[in-house]
Write a protein that binds this ligand. Structure first.
Ligand code: BES
Ligand code: ZN
Ligand code: ZN
Length: 480
């Protein structure tokens, strides 16, 4: 399923259409008849700025943008995306296939945000439904604008497709998406995106002594994978790559430290959302030909309490030789991320960004409204990331990263233990990861926003694809 966004260079009549207006605009010039004008005026008097006119063969959307003026530029863009979501619902309810978004020279960025919100809201995952009669009808979003915006529209399409892909991977249950099938899906996407892909199988992972990934996989019946993606364009602006790392736990039962069901295990197919985000993002970056050298690493396995499962009390020797006392097998994400982060050193990266559904503590702290981040990157990089986060409304909250928290993961037996105390759970997880990095690095804990059990605007329900738009936008900003 796809929603296409196309440039439309001739005016079209008779189709569902959005008009962005201000109160000063002469409505007659937009083609409204007397009755419609009277209706619009009535609505305006009632202080309604979003107006829907049902012409029976089309829907006309009018948004008066006057009440957006007090917002910051990022908040404005988000208001336009939410408008796109409202339109998407109406178009599908009334069974329309197409919509035209009208722009003038001054509101191109806004209208693309409407298209973005509308397309993101139009996503649905129906693979396992027998009855799809009620499926969305909307297929095409036509942006009526000048030819010079072609590239922007093509780029938006690439990003929307990438978010759809990441969402679908997250929504796939573990019965379909094992570590092996996940890596195959990633490899296929990379193949069609001009991204080099290599999937390390269990033997190679053993040869490399990736102890963290192998320990988590011990309780599983299916083998782990370690997927390496590389996009190195000839015109890259950077010599040392940007390395993305994504947690690929295709299902997290907690292992022997079993999660209680039904509350916390039901959604644990989402535990590879970080891996999905980085894989979809690097492929989008390549499809858009962004001149930036990027690598992505996705360690993947399920976490189960099988008969050979790693146990609380075990000591694991990690890829880089450090030892970990395992005190909770449910703190598995950091075990495999640590191996991937240590592996990333071989690229001498200019920056590493990891995305992981790592801790319930991050989700408890800020909910699904944003992503918790922390790390050792420069203030400049952090600010650039936060600006991008605001711009795409994948907002970032930086947590303190004081060394005091590192004391909480000291072990009597080994170099560190895999859990901290009762406080600062998201941060102690970050401090654990920090032991495996020697380069500028940021950690993004997406446990809150990766998967929603109640619908939220164009993010929808279930997998949100969080991280994809942030990463694409960030790399784009690095190219400018
Ligand atoms: N995958 C979970 C974290 C998670 C929680 C993701 C909620 C998405 C939604 C992670 O592996 C985990 O279980 N973390 C533990 C760590 C603890 C044992 C130190 C947690 O947060 O409870
Ligand atoms: Zn866990
Ligand atoms: Zn997990």
């Amino acid at each position: 399923m796809q929603t296409t966004i196309q440039l439309q260079n001739k005016a079209l009549s008779g189709k569902s259409t959005l008009y962005l207006c201000t109160k000063k605009d002469k409505l007659a010039s937009l083609g409204f008849d007397k009755n419609e004008e009277a209706y619009i005026q009535k609505k305006l008097k009632a202080d309604e700025h979003y107006i829907l006119i049902n012409r029976l063969s089309s829907l006309i959307f009018i948004q008066f943008t006057d009440d957006f003026t007090k917002k910051t530029s990022a908040e404005k863009l988000e208001a336009y995306r939410v408008l796109g979501q409202k339109m998407c619902v109406a178009l599908n309810t009334h069974r329309y296939k197409e919509v035209v978004l009208n722009t003038d020279k001054n509101n191109n960025e806004q209208i693309l945000a409407v298209a973005e919100g509308c397309a993101l809201a139009n996503y649905e995952f129906l693979k396992y439904k027998s009855d799809t009669k009620k499926k969305h009808t909307l297929e095409n979003i036509l942006v009526h604008t000048e030819k010079e915006n072609t590239q922007k529209i093509e780029e938006l399409q690439i990003v929307i497709d990438a978010v759809y892909t990441a969402r679908t991977w997250v929504n796939e249950p573990q019965s379909y998406l094992t570590a092996v099938s996940f890596s195959k899906e990633i490899k296929a996407l990379a193949g069609s995106s001009n991204v080099k892909a290599e999937v390390l199988a269990k033997k190679q992972i053993e040869a490399l002594k990736m102890g963290g990934l192998l320990a988590v996989n011990l309780g599983s019946k299916t083998p782990p994978t370690f997927t390496i993606l590389e996009y190195k364009p000839k015109n890259a602006k950077n010599k040392q790559p940007l390395v993305l790392v994504g947690k690929g736990v295709v299902y997290d039962t907690g292992g022997l430290s079993l999660k209680p069901t039904p509350n916390s295990m039901d959604t644990m197919k989402c535990d590879m959302a970080g891996g999905a985000a980085v894989a979809a993002a690097i492929c989008a970056i390549a499809k858009a030909n962004l001149p930036y050298y990027v690598v992505a690493l996705i360690p993947a396995t399920d976490n189960r309490p099988g008969e050979n499962a790693y146990t609380p009390g075990d000591v694991v020797t990690m890829f880089d030789g450090q030892t970990v006392e395992v005190l909770n097998t449910d703190a598995e994400g950091r075990m495999l991320l640590a191996d991937a982060l240590a592996y990333a050193k071989k690229y001498k990266p200019e920056l590493v960004l990891d995305f992981a559904t790592l801790t319930g503590a991050a989700a408890a702290a800020i909910g699904s409204y944003g992503t918790v981040c922390m790390g050792t990157a420069s203030e400049k990089t952090k600010n650039q990331l936060k600006d991008c986060g605001n711009h795409v409304h994948e907002r970032l909250v930086e947590f303190p990263f004081w060394d005091d928290y590192a004391k909480l993961i000291k072990s009597d037996l080994a170099d560190m233990k895999n859990i901290g105390g009762p406080v600062g759970g998201a941060i102690t997880a970050g401090k654990f990861l920090e032991k495996y990095v020697d380069y500028p690095w940021m950690h993004f804990d997406i446990a809150g926003p990766a998967y929603l059990t109640t619908a939220d605007s164009y993010r929808g329900k279930q997998g949100t694809g969080v991280g994809v738009r942030l990463l694409f936008n960030f790399v784009k900003s690095l190219c400018n």
